[in-house]
Design a binder for this molecule. Structure first.
Ligand SMILES: Cc1ncc(COP(=O)(O)O)c(C=O)c1O
Length: 442
């Protein structure tokens, strides 16, 4: 056991208020990770854990990749921090140029944040300010979707559609409404890839336009594939219809690509996979391979240009002390180089079929009621235990960890999203483990 791990033995009184965690339950029976490399973590006792979740959907290139580690080490020794308010440092500009090169054509502007939550709020604020800059300041409404997750800050929480994340935090942001979600298990259960039914759910946006008057709506934000709500893949034709309605009414379409960005769906970004372009899209996580916290909003050139008119002065009163932090930029450049050298932004297209077959191989396994997949993402939905929703999946998660595999659960859904470097035997191991734990839990 290493020294730091020894310190945390006996966590029950620990000062660390853990995020999105049942603190008392966890601290009585902690699960600790002390080291990582490639596809694996190791516990403080040295037990190897296969990472089925890329940390938290972020370590797309696998853990502790040398180029990224070295880039951060070099940068921290050279310049630890420098401001980006009315000042600049070369690496922040260099990283933005490199990002613009991997972005879809027409998205050559990048605004740095420190997380997915900040990216969501930044994109919403840019949308509002853009309309105002063009003399359409009456567009103040923001539309999200049920079961959407856009982080935990006030803007993202408001447009998000997960009740548990909202209910204890007051009335939130004014002028927000939601479309219905796209989940339709009665028609789409066990779909492989995009479900066939449900393009018509996009018409919900027309309903909200009729209700509110479209000229009051600034933006619609959706995850191309909803992750945190349990992996909801867009029905065929849904995003096309949503995009068309937005264009018809001058509403900006924002994609939250915090989990779909940087190769998870077999293309650099989900917009390229689905062939429907947004006006802005948010990223984080895979942007720096999770190594240093960072997010980025990609902005269509015409939107940026609308801000660069008129008298010179600060064009957007928004930003974070750590926007463009040198260490994050160094990690990001190391990450892009690793993605490029190993073809990771498109690698998933070559393993997606194997992944899909392995996931759907769980059909008929005890407790399984639905299986969904897209790119290198899979969800296995379980029948909830009577009177104890979420318990069965949680027990499966604990058992999987005990047998050396990290999975993630949300409610009664197991969500899998390993690093994009995963090999076929590791895919087999992951799904074999899920099968075994499902046989074992009551
Ligand atoms: C789609 C999406 N948006 C935003 C976020 C929030 O990101 P962060 O936790 O970095 O604030 C997440 C996190 O999982 C996410 O999945």
């Amino acid at each position: 056991m290493n020294k730091r791990a020894e310190l945390v033995v006996g966590l029950e009184e620990s000062s660390f208020w853990m995020p999105f965690t049942a603190n008392r339950q966890f601290k009585k029976a902690p699960r600790l990770l002390a080291r990582a490399e490639g596809m694996h973590y190791w516990t403080p006792e040295g037990r190897e854990i296969l990472d089925g979740t890329a940390g938290l959907w972020c370590v797309n290139a696998g853990h502790c990749r040398p180029r990224i580690v070295q880039a951060v080490q070099r940068q921290v020794a050279e310049m630890d921090f420098a401001p980006t308010f009315q000042m600049g440092h070369p690496i922040a500009f260099e990283f933005a140029e490199r990002l613009a090169k991997v972005a879809p054509p027409g998205f050559s502007r990048v605004f740095y944040t420190n997380s997915g939550s900040e990216s969501a709020d930044t994109a919403l604020k840019i949308a509002l300010a853009y309309h105002r800059a063009r003399g359409e300041g009456q567009r103040f409404r923001l539309i999200g979707r049920e079961r959407g997750y856009h982080g935990v800050n006030f803007g993202g929480m408001a447009v998000g559609g997960l009740q548990a994340n909202k209910k204890t935090f007051g009335p939130g942001v004014a002028g927000v409404d939601h479309m219905r979600h796209t989940h339709d298990p009665a028609r789409n259960a066990l779909s492989r890839g995009q479900p066939v039914h449900g393009a018509e759910f996009a018409e919900e946006l027309e309903r909200l336009c009729a209700l509110h008057d479209p000229s009051t709506i600034a933006a619609v934000i959706v995850e191309p594939v909803a992750g945190s709500a349990g992996v909801l893949v867009p029905p065929t034709g849904y995003l096309e219809r949503l995009g068309a309605i937005c264009s018809r009414h001058g509403i900006l379409l924002i994609y939250d690509e915090v989990i779909t960005g940087f190769g998870r769906l077999g293309q650099p970004f989900a917009s390229q996979r689905f062939g429907v372009m947004p006006d802005l899209f948010t990223t984080a996580k895979g942007l720096t391979n999770g190594t240093v916290p960072m997010g980025a909003v990609f902005i269509k050139d015409s939107i940026y240009d609308a801000f660069m008119q008129g008298a010179e002065g600060i064009e957007l009163f928004h930003g974070y002390t750590y926007s463009g932090h040198p260490l994050a930029c160094a990690a990001g450049i190391g990450t892009l180089e690793t993605y490029e050298e190993e073809g990771l932004l498109t690698r998933v297209s070559s393993i997606e079929k194997y992944w899909e077959d392995a996931a759907h191989g769980l059909k008929g396994t005890r407790h399984v009621v639905d299986i969904r997949n897209c790119g290198l993402i899979a969800a296995i939905e379980l029948e909830p235990r009577a009177g104890a929703p979420g318990k069965r999946a949680y027990e499966a998660f604990v058992k999987a960890f005990e047998s050396g595999v990290l999975i993630r659960v949300t409610g009664d859904i197991i969500a899998l999203s390993p690093p994009l470097i995963i090999e076929k035997p590791q895919i087999d191991r992951l799904f074999d483990c899920v099968r075994e734990v499902l046989q074992a839990v009551a």
